[in-house]
Design a protein around this ligand. Sequence first.
Ligand code: ADP
Length: 230
Amino acid sequence: MSAAKTVLRLDGVARTYGAGGTVLSILRDADLTVHSGEMVALVAPSGAGKSTLLHLAGLLERPDGGEVHVDGQPANRLDDATRTRLRRLRIGFVYQYHHLLGEFSAVENLMIPQMIRGLSREMSRRRAAELLDFVALGDRADHRPAELSGGEQQRVAIARAVANRPGLLLADEPTGNLDPKTSDMVFSMLENLVRQSGLAALIATHNHDLAARMDRCVTIEAGVIADLKP
Ligand code: ADP
């Protein structure tokens, strides 16, 4: 196996919201490193800044201070088009809600991001089918999201997030809408995908059992990132 690479590095990241009288300093001096093949759980109370951290790591927002490195590239100074390209090629997102395209089938939902990236229809379909098999939904390829259960929708969303072979997977409460048994099963599929592909994954969760299955747990405390013993 090749040596683990640093895929995500946050270096003294600061993020403040608000103007005038009330200024919320959500992140003050946040440092975090996530390597390839590593799953890191982000566990913190609501409002602590988990989504803010994921948005900064995913290059959806810029920090007010510090630097976000993705694949060793300092991303703050990149222009918007280059950041968007880096995000599309290298980062996969999974949210609490699946955000699949309702008028397209499961297989099409996985093909579309690949075709946007420039892959042929045939190549995209082949990878989409493999990924649907991986999440045990090969027989549901032609079903639309509304014809799938919550857990199945979320498995398609996870497969879609890795369709373009990103180096980094960011997930915000990926099993937050599911019952405990389904949550466990969906998380196992996510875990298998990450382990098999060598992705670096940062996963916000309220579920301590799932957090304990990851390699490391971190939290946000007074604007900095601290290790959390599960
Ligand atoms: P979490 O994901 O841990 O629940 P968030 O990152 O969503 O926390 O939010 C952290 C804090 O920042 C909250 O107090 C929230 O109200 C505030 N916040 C988030 N986004 C904005 C924004 N765009 N403008 C102002 N305040 C925001």
